[in-house]
Structures are given as C-alpha cells and as structure tokens.
Ligand binder design. Structure first.
Ligand SMILES: NC(=O)c1ccc[n+]([C@@H]2O[C@H](COP(=O)([O-])OP(=O)(O)OC[C@H]3O[C@@H](n4cnc5c(N)ncnc54)[C@H](O)[C@@H]3O)[C@@H](O)[C@H]2O)c1
Length: 346
C-alpha cells in the first residue's frame, strides 16, 4: 500500500508517545507511523497492543543515540514528519545519573537532527516535545514563550539544551522545527514513578500517599488526549521556528491531589482522609509551580476539552481496571526500582 505521509515518533512506546502513536495510526490509515523506541524501564509492550498489527504501523526497537541506526532509518524511509519524544524523564533520577540524561536527551536530539537534516527526502516538520520545566519555577510569574529559560534540575536542563540545538537548526538552515512546552500530562498508562499513578498504585495496595516536604507544591495538569490534540494541531497549523506552550489553568496543589485520590479510591469520609497521608523528606530542590500562558496555541484554535473532573475520573478508572498492568510488565528492564519507589516525579 502507498502511504501519503511517513511519520517517525521517537519514544512512541512511552506514556505520551503511545497515546500519540495510537491516535495517528487510528486517525490516519493513509499515513505510515514508525515508532523508534528502545523500550526503557518505563514502557510496557501492552501500551500499543491495540495497534501493533495494523498495516500502517512499524516498530523499530533502538536507541536514538545510535547514529548508524538513525541514519539508516533516514536513508531507507522517506520520513516526512518527526515527533521527537524519546527522553529520560524522571526528575529524581536525573540528579543520580545526569550523564545518562545528557546522552539521551541532548545527544539523542543531536543525532536525530543531523540525520533528518542530511536525509535526501525533505522533512516537512520536526516537532520537539519539550516541557514547561525549562522555565524553572514561577511563583508570581506566568510564563509565555518569550520568558527566559531557567531550568533548575538536570532533566529540565537537558530538555532546554536540546531545545537550543533544535532552534539552532532553524536559525542556521531554516530547518522546519516546532517546539512544544507542555504542563504535566496525565492519563491512563503512565508509568508509576509519576505523581498521579504513584498515588493511585500506593492506595490500591493499601499504602499511604507520600507527601514530600512541607512546601505548598502544585502542578498544572493536562489530560493526555488534550496534549495529543495540541501536538496534532501544531503539526498542521503551527508556524515553523516557533515555540508553543501547551497547558491549562487547572492548577492542583499536590496535597489536594492526594486527598482527592484518597476519596476516590478509598471511599472514606473526610475525617479519615488524613489517615492515608504520610509525610516524607523533600527532594533536594523542587520547583513549587510552573504557570504558563497558552494564548499562542489558542490562536491556532486549540482548547483543552477534558475537564479535570472527567480526566481524573477516566484515569482512576483505568488504574482500577488494570491493576496489574505495570506489575506484569517486564521487571528486569527496570533499574533501581526500590530506590525510585519513594520518589514520585513532578
Ligand atoms: N509526562 C509529562 O508530563 C511531560 C510533560 C511535558 C513534556 N514531556 C516530554 O514528553 C516526552 C515523553 O514523555 P513521557 O511522559 O511519555 O515519558 P516516558 O518516560 O513515559 O517515555 C519516554 C520514552 O522514551 C523512550 N526512550 C528513552 N530513552 C530512549 C532512547 N535512548 N532511545 C529511544 N527511546 C528512548 C522510552 O523507552 C519511553 O518509551 C519526553 O520528551 C518528555 O520530556 C512530558
């Protein structure tokens, strides 16, 4: 079959990547979707089982830092579009092994940019999926795309460095890049090191939600379907060379999040909610909040459509319906599991 477009998604087996791949495969049977992923510890093969046999889907297990492999893909496939999501993403681990984060997040982006730029087939778009964390914490400030970049942990520093690499290809070659910076994305199939699935899996195994430190941390949460619709809109209508914030006004204090999930999962009266909280020491330095403005993306016609009430309802239901999803996934690919278990990220 001839396809109209070939889209390479890196990190397509991860949380956001798997939702993006499923959406592309289902919405565009006339597009060929190639997923390049090395199946790191945060992946489950089950995330893509609904589409793995589809004619317009191809999986390549491999490392984005492997320039031979990446060059080979660009020499043998006519890639039109790249969504680059492959990354190391757990903030706490980035303090423990910053060099791994530099290798994957920065070198991986360099390898991909170099191969895409040198390919004979002309690329239409290189969408780099970055994060609001590159702004650093904003106490009273609300960040727009022109705000200074002040990353405050090794993860966000590598994402910011990769952004600069991506932008240098626009500045130097007018290579058709677009960067997105999104809020905390949540939804079904997110690995249990991130805060919402972490709280849910603790509660489901009758353990307490661990609250780090005493500072009033909050996060802006964006449901994964809304994030995917933003990425697809940016692909079609975004202006090359531009950066787009992707977020919501839905700011939830972490303590409120824990209480809400306790009520939903444990079904306890308000007087018993605190019994399911446990206070633990803080991480070395945690940004309190990341407020962003999304006017630029809204001018393209994007609105978040899934309310917090609906998004969290769907998410809780998915974890309740799939309690063994992550415990069944291959454990031997996961380093330092016990160490990571007390450290929810973002
Ligand atoms: N989750 C969020 O809230 C959020 C918010 C903003 C931006 N992002 C960005 O979105 C992207 C995806 O995030 P996620 O939450 O789905 O993360 P994730 O950890 O679930 O997925 C990362 C994916 O990258 C793959 N990967 C890691 N190293 C690789 C390598 N060397 N070669 C090939 N593949 C590799 C992993 O196997 C995994 O499939 C990341 O770039 C992240 O920085 C995430």
């Amino acid at each position: 079959m001839d396809f109209n477009r070939t889209v390479l998604v890196t990190g397509g087996s991860g949380f956001i990547g798997s939702h993006l791949v499923c959406s592309l495969v289902n919405r565009h049977p006339d597009w060929r979707i190639i997923n390049l992923d090395n199946l790191d510890y945060c992946c489950s093969r089950r995330s893509l089982e609904s589409i793995e046999d589809r004619a317009n889907y191809t999986f390549i297990r491999g490392d984005v830092c492997n320039s031979r492999l990446v060059n080979h893909i660009f020499n043998t496939e006519n890639i039109d579009v790249i969504f680059h999501l492959a990354a190391k993403t757990h903030v706490e681990s980035s303090f423990e092994s910053p060099s791994t984060f530099q290798r994957v997040n920065i070198d991986g982006t360099r390898v991909l940019l170099g191969a895409a730029h040198q390919a004979r087939h002309q690329l239409q778009r290189f969408v780099y999926v970055s994060t609001d964390e590159v702004y650093g914490a904003g106490l009273d400030e609300v960040f727009d795309e022109n705000s200074p970049v002040r990353p405050s942990n090794p993860y966000s520093a590598t994402k910011a460095a990769a952004e600069y690499l991506v932008r240098s290809y626009w500045d130097k070659y007018k290579f058709p890049i677009i960067i997105t910076r999104s809020n905390n994305i949540y939804g079904p199939r997110q690995f249990t090191e991130k805060v919402i699935p972490r709280f849910l899996t603790l509660l489901q195994s009758n353990k307490k939600c661990t609250i780090q430190g005493t500072l009033p941390k909050s996060r802006h949460f964006l449901f994964v379907d809304d994030a995917i619709s933003a990425f697809l809109l940016v692909l079609e209508k975004g202006i090359v060379g531009e950066i787009y914030n992707v977020g919501t006004g839905c700011e939830i204090p972490i303590m409120q999040l824990a209480r809400e999930l306790i009520r939903m999962v444990k079904n306890v009266p308000d007087s018993e909610v605190n019994d399911w909280l446990e206070f633990v020491p803080d991480r070395p330095r945690v940004d309190l909040r990341y407020p962003i403005k999304c006017d630029k993306l809204q001018q393209l016609g994007w609105r978040a459509e899934v309310s917090w009430a609906e998004g969290i309802r769907q998410t809780v239901k998915w974890y309740q319906d799939n309690p063994d999803f992550w415990s069944d996934a291959s454990k031997d690919e996961r380093p330092n599991r016990s160490k990571l278990e007390n450290t929810p990220s973002k």
